[in-house]
Design a protein around this ligand. Sequence first.
Ligand code: SAM
Ligand code: SF4
Length: 324
Amino acid sequence: MLIDGHGRAVNYLRISVTERCNFRCQYCMPEKPFSWVPKENLLSFEELFLFVKVAIDGGVTKIRITGGEPLLREDLDSFIKMINDYKSGLDLALTTNAYLLPQAAQKLKDAGLKRLNISLDSLKEDVSAKIAGKNVLKEVLAGIDKALEVGLKVKINMVPLKGVNDDEILDVLDYCKGKDIKVRFIEYMENAHADQALKGMHGKEILEKVKERYTIKALGREGASPSFNYVLDDGTEFGLIDPHKHDFCENCNRIRLTAEGNLIPCLYFDEALSIAEAVKKGDVEGAAQVLAEVLKDKPKENRWSEDEFEDRELSKRAFYETGG
Ligand code: SAM
Ligand code: SF4
């Protein structure tokens, strides 16, 4: 089992396979970055897989592929198959904006993918275009339907933003209810790369919106998940991810790997150590050592907390680099 410096068991690895994206979400990558990581600096799937094996052998049981937009990386299904063939029974998931999912869903399912988290911030064409920087709604909705059709489990992620899509919280909840899928509302996490004019909604405000139509009951956190779950009277469940609270840091079970091999202990902070040199040499021991160091120094908690809200520095971590 992998244990960090604060005694927390770490069994969840998130891998960002590319920082590139076909969307320009205002809260993540409103502009094309000044420069992309050069292609030659990206780790190959074989190099990433060497680290994945170290992590699985150490006790990782849950792996999520993310990005940027992971479906932009060619032959992603072959990487998923490598992982699935190495150890069956893993919780193998992907986070995607779903734009390319109509073509990709069946291949991903055949490769062994179990679950998908899909970002859906609006059901209105103009609003989703405003958030993503281009017309995306038709493809995204087709992607969700295709994923369900091929038998992948789907969850929806929505980031409610004041004056942008805050009037659609109930519509997205009802859309998910109609398809029997769970939505998780994510509090906007301020960061230096986002459009600085954005104002996120606080978890309490999101719940107030839901209560305008439904009676809700709190269920609690699902294991180490950052999502706090609620249930409507008819049994429909939804989640709230509220990073401005510290209580999920107590049980944080995750580490993040970027496409160029930086191993990141916490989404908020800049700290990371690189596994690139080790995996390029095929040095399993070296990769395991980097992992041990990152676990030892994993921060106790993020700094999105409300108390420090006024005077803290904005997180410089780009979500498109870490994968969220
Ligand atoms: N491109 C994929 C997607 O959008 O689903 C995967 C990568 S994206 C960085 C992963 C998740 O991070 C998405 O659900 C997105 O909504 C979320 N995210 C990005 N920036 C965020 C921010 N500033 N605050 C809260 N969530 C954010
Ligand atoms: Fe791309 Fe996802 Fe970031 Fe939107 S949230 S810009 S889809 S990486």
